[in-house]
Design a protein around this ligand. Structure first.
Ligand code: ADP
Ligand code: MG
Length: 284
């Protein structure tokens, strides 16, 4: 995890009108994500890499955004900033109306734990630890009592169709099953935002369809999703597709309305298997 807080330099002064504007447009609620003119520069020796160059992005609650772009275009850098794992070199980032650049490490860790669910290409489950304990972990960080942790973790795993695998360790699960456990872990704290960096990158087409159906269901119940993908078929399931090139947003295309259901890619295995859409409980 990269934490380069000391490098953060505010170039935009704290302008309160930004926050007021954010609140006005969405019935008084700020957007989940407000990125304003964010740049991120990496300095390695003499070389400066401009990974992000002045990215501005606004994502409303309930949207489902796919981020595409060639390798090296800045997708993971943007995702790390959205997830408060890294900081902009300049510009600002507000999550749910809160400017993260003014928060200390403890407050940030708390915000990450409460508001953001992460899903990774390589699942990132804890090895030699069963599915139930993996999903309970964020609840332990949140300070929940043991019985309540257990109850919520079981419910999250059941909603992913993994109720029969509570005691399985990651090595005893298929890739698709591991990713379903990882999604259960991401949503068990009831986050406002789910961030996924190539979540289907290591899955076969059937497991990809399963995981996409899960993301569609999560979004249908009101969760905001930002997903990085290389695959056009995966991006076609989002409501909005943003393309990065050389650290800049070069395209921002809306496929369906923020409050409409996510599109079903016609002819895809997931669309055909729609009757198998997972049942998800709990409010977003
Ligand atoms: P993508 O996820 O789209 O493949 P990244 O965001 O990982 O792209 O990287 C964007 C650019 O920033 C690349 O040129 C990459 O080499 C560089 N980069 C990313 N992380 C670092 C780092 N920690 N140190 C130096 N350069 C980095
Ligand atoms: Mg990447």
């Amino acid at each position: 995890m990269r934490r380069l807080r000391s490098r953060w330099q505010p170039v935009v002064s704290r302008a309160p009108e930004v926050r007021r504007t954010a609140h006005r447009r969405n019935g008084g609620r700020p957007p989940v994500i407000l990125v304003q003119d964010v740049s991120r520069t990496f300095e390695t020796g003499q070389i400066k890499v401009h990974a992000l160059r002045g990215v501005t992005l606004r994502v409303e609650r309930g949207d489902f955004v796919a981020i595409m772009g060639r390798s090296g275009s800045g997708k993971s850098t943007l995702m790390n900033i959205l997830g408060c794992l890294d900081f902009a070199t300049s510009g600002r980032y507000l999550i749910d109306g809160t400017d993260v650049s003014h928060m200390d490490e403890d407050a940030l860790a708390d915000l990450r734990n409460r508001k953001i669910g992460f899903v990774f290409q390589s699942f990132n489950l804890i090895p030699r630890t069963n599915a139930l304990a993996n999903v309970e972990l964020p609840l332990a960080y949140a300070g929940l009592a043991r019985a309540e942790r257990r109850r919520r973790a079981i419910a999250a795993l059941e909603s992913m169709g993994m109720g029969g695998r509570l005691d399985h360790q990651p090595s005893e699960l298929s890739g698709g099953e591991q990713q379903r456990v990882a999604v259960a872990r991401a949503i068990v704290v009831n986050p406002s935002l789910v961030l996924a960096d190539e979540p289907t990158g290591n899955l076969d087409s059937r497991a990809t369809a399963d995981v996409l159906a899960i993301f569609a269901a999560l979004n249908s119940e009101g969760r905001t999703i930002v997903l990085i993908t290389h695959e056009p078929d995966v991006a076609a399931r989002a409501k909005r597709v943003i393309r990065l090139s050389d650290g800049e947003v070069v395209q921002d295309e809306r496929l369906s309305g923020v409050h409409d259901p996510p599109p079903l890619a016609s002819g895809s295995p997931a669309a055909a298997g729609e009757h198998q859409r997972p049942r998800l409980g709990g409010p977003a």
